[in-house]
Design a protein around this ligand. Structure first.
Ligand SMILES: Cc1cc2nc3c(=O)[nH]c(=O)nc-3n(C[C@H](O)[C@H](O)[C@H](O)COP(=O)(O)OP(=O)(O)OC[C@H]3O[C@@H](n4cnc5c(N)ncnc54)[C@H](O)[C@@H]3O)c2cc1C
Length: 435
C-alpha cells in the first residue's frame, strides 16, 4: 500500500489522459499520477501505416486548444526535433499519424506523472477513508501496489469490435485492422485477401494492400454492408459539429432524443476521408495500365453472414441485400474493419454500486464529464460517452476542451476561461439573433 493520497489518479494513457497530464503538469495544486499497461506510449500501433495522416489539424495536439503557450505543443516538439523548417515548407495541417505518435511519446517522456507498464486491475472506494483505492499490477516486476486518491479519471479508450461470426479463427489469418502492421508479412504471402467494412481503417488497409498488389499478386476483395464506399462528411460547416458549442447543444437533449440524433450522424465519423478515396481510385487506375488484369473486387451492399474454415482457407457466406442474392467467397486472409467499441473495463465492477447506470447499461455522465455517483469523490471519464456527449467524444481536438472542463471542475476555479461561442453557426435556435 502506498499511503500517499493523490488528488487524481488516471487509468490509461492514450491521447486523452496524456493531454490532461500535460495540462496539469505545472499545476502544483493537483497532485496526479497516470497509469498505462503498455511499456510506453503507443497510439494504435497496428495502424501507424506510412502515409496515413491525422484526421484533424495539428492544432488538435495535446494542449494548444486549451493553452497555446504550453511547452508541450506540437510546434515546440518540432522545434526540439529541429523540424520547424521542414514543417514550415511542408505547408500541411494534417501531419503524419506516425509523427503524432512520436510527438505524444515525446510529451509522455517529459511528464513526471505518467507511469507505463502498470495495469490497473481493481478500483474500490474505501468508505472509511473516503478515498479510491487503485490496485496496480506492474507488468515488469509482477508486483501489485495499491494507490489512494480523492478522484479518478478513466481514459481507457476503445477496443476492436469483432463480431461473433469472426471470433475463434487463427489470429494470423482472420484479424482486425488494429493488427494490420503486425500481419503485413502474412498478407504478402497470401493468395487471396478480403477486407470487410468501409470505414477509414478498412480503406487505409485496402489502399495499402492495393499498393502491394503490383508486387504480390493476391486476389483482393473489399466488401461492405453499406450502401456504398461512402465519403466522410468533412466540409467546414459540418465539422463545426466537433465543437464545444455542439457538445453543449447535444448534451441538453433527453437520452432518447440523443440516441436518435447520434443514429443519424454516421458519416461524421464512419465514412472514408476523401483523400483516401482519391488515393485508392488513383491506384486502381494505375494498376490497370497496359490492360493489366487486376485481381481486385469492390462490392458494396453486401453483408458477410458467416465464415467457415475450409482446406486452410476461409469461405465467406455473403448476401447482397439489395438484389437479395447469396454467394460464397473464398479467402486465405480476412481482415475485419468493423471499428471499435468503448472499453468499459471490468476493473470498474467494484465501483458499480456508487455509479448511476441508464436502462441500456451505460453510465450516466454529468455535463462536466463526471460520472453520476452517490459519493462526493469524482470519477471523470473520457471513454464511452458518445451517448451522453455526442459524436465528437472520440475527437482529439474536443478532448482538449474536455480537459479544460475537467481541470476547472477539479480545481474549483476557472483555470481555463470558458467561452459561450466558438464556431460561426448556431445549433440552439434560442441563440440565433432574430431581429
Ligand atoms: C486507427 C485510429 C486512428 C484515429 N485517428 C484519429 C484522428 O486522426 N483524429 C481524431 O480526432 N480521432 C482519431 N481516432 C479516434 C480517437 O482519437 C482515438 O481512438 C484515441 O486514441 C482515443 O484516445 P484515448 O486516450 O481515449 O484512448 P486510447 O488511445 O485507446 O488509449 C487507451 C489506453 O488505455 C490503456 N488501458 C486500458 N486498460 C488499462 C488498464 N486496465 N490499465 C492501464 N492502462 C489501460 C491502454 O493501454 C491504452 O494505452 C482514431 C482512432 C483509431 C482507432
Amino acid at each position: 500500500m502506498n499511503d500517499h493520497v493523490y488528488d487524481l489518479l488516471g487509468v490509461g494513457i492514450g491521447p486523452f489522459d496524456l493531454s490532461l497530464a500535460a495540462l496539469i503538469e505545472d499545476r502544483t495544486e493537483i497532485d496526479a499520477l497516470f497509469f498505462d499497461q503498455k511499456p510506453q506510449f503507443d497510439w494504435h500501433p497496428g495502424m501507424l501505416i506510412v502515409g496515413t495522416r491525422l484526421q484533424v489539424p495539428f492544432m488538435a495536439d495535446l494542449v494548444t486548444l486549451a493553452d497555446p503557450t504550453s511547452r508541450y505543443s506540437f510546434l515546440n516538439y518540432l522545434s526540439k526535433e529541429n523540424r520547424l523548417y521542414p514543417f514550415y515548407f511542408l505547408q500541411r495541417l494534417d501531419i503524419p499519424r506516425r509523427e503524432y505518435n512520436d510527438y505524444c511519446q515525446w510529451v509522455a517522456n517529459e511528464l513526471e506523472s505518467c507511469r507505463f507498464g502498470k495495469r490497473v486491475v481493481e478500483l474500490e472506494f474505501n468508505e472509511a477513508e473516503e478515498l479510491y483505492f487503485v490496485t496496480v499490477f506492474d507488468v515488469h516486476t509482477e508486483e501489485t501496489l495499491i494507490y489512494k486518491s480523492k478522484n479518478l479519471v478513466l481514459g481507457t479508450g476503445g477496443v476492436p469490435a469483432i463480431p461473433k461470426t469472426f471470433r475463434g479463427f487463427p489470429g494470423e489469418d482472420v484479424f482486425h485492422t488494429a493488427e494490420y502492421l503486425s500481419r503485413q508479412d502474412r498478407c504478402r504471402e497470401a493468395n487471396s485477401i478480403t477486407v470487410i467494412g468501409s470505414g477509414q481503417s478498412a480503406a487505409e488497409v485496402f489502399r495499402e494492400l492495393l499498393k502491394d498488389h503490383m508486387e504480390h499478386e493476391y486476389r483482393l476483395n473489399w466488401i461492405t454492408r453499406s450502401q456504398s464506399f461512402l465519403t466522410m462528411e468533412e466540409s467546414k460547416l459540418s465539422v463545426e459539429q466537433f465543437s464545444p458549442d455542439y457538445v453543449n447543444y447535444f448534451y441538453d437533449f433527453p437520452q432518447e432524443k440523443k440516441d436518435e440524433i447520434f443514429g443519424t450522424q454516421d458519416l461524421l465519423y464512419k465514412g472514408i476521408s476523401s483523400h483516401t478515396v482519391t488515393d485508392i481510385y488513383n491506384l486502381l487506375y494505375e494498376n490497370t495500365v497496359s490492360r493489366r488484369k487486376m485481381k481486385v473486387g469492390l462490392q458494396a451492399m453486401t453483408e458477410v453472414k458467416d465464415i467457415q474454415e475450409k482446406d486452410g482457407k476461409y469461405e465467406l457466406q455473403c448476401h447482397q441485400w439489395q438484389q437479395g442474392k447469396d454467394f460464397k467467397l473464398e479467402s486465405e486472409v480476412v481482415i475485419i474493419g468493423t471499428g471499435y467499441r468503448p472499453n468499459v473495463p471490468d476493473f470498474i465492477n467494484g465501483l458499480k454500486p456508487y455509479i448511476s447506470w441508464d436502462d441500456q447499461g451505460r453510465y450516466k455522465v454529468e455535463a462536466d464529464y463526471r460520472l453520476r455517483v452517490n459519493i462526493p469523490n469524482q470519477i471523470y471519464v473520457h471513454s464511452g460517452i458518445s451517448h451522453s456527449h455526442g459524436v465528437g467524444s472520440t475527437n482529439l481536438g474536443l478532448a482538449v476542451h474536455r480537459n479544460k472542463v475537467i481541470i476547472n471542475h477539479l480545481t474549483g476555479k476557472e483555470v481555463f476561461p470558458m467561452y459561450e461561442k466558438h464556431v460561426f453557426q448556431n445549433f440552439d435556435v434560442d441563440k440565433l439573433e432574430k431581429k
